[in-house]
Design a protein around this ligand. Structure first.
Ligand SMILES: [Zn+2]
Length: 92
């Protein structure tokens, strides 16, 4: 697993915020294009999206409650780690 694609953790955090709208087809077209482009190049967000789709498949729905669950915590932690690694890279 590489983190080379993760130079912009701010964008990743934004993606997590947008993901419910994305999955509900509620995103404006321009944002949806941006989302698709990011997902295509970011394996962490791609994995997050896959897990979200799996959640929908299993539960038949996706609510904000799902996003505030342990999974969201887990990804929040992941994105914090990515940001820290990014900061260390800049210092090196
Ligand atoms: Zn990302």
């Amino acid at each position: 697993m590489t983190i080379l694609a993760l130079r912009r953790p701010y964008v990743c955090r934004e993606m997590v915020e947008l993901i419910t709208d994305y999955l509900e087809g509620a995103l404006p077209r321009s944002q949806r294009r941006r989302f698709d482009a990011h997902i295509a190049g970011c394996e962490h967000c791609g994995e997050y999206l896959r897990q979200m789709r799996e959640t929908i498949r299993l539960t038949g729905t996706l609510t904000d409650a799902d996003l505030t669950s342990a999974m969201r915590e887990e990804f929040g932690e992941l994105f914090r780690q990515m940001r820290d690694e990014d900061a260390r890279d800049r210092e090196a």
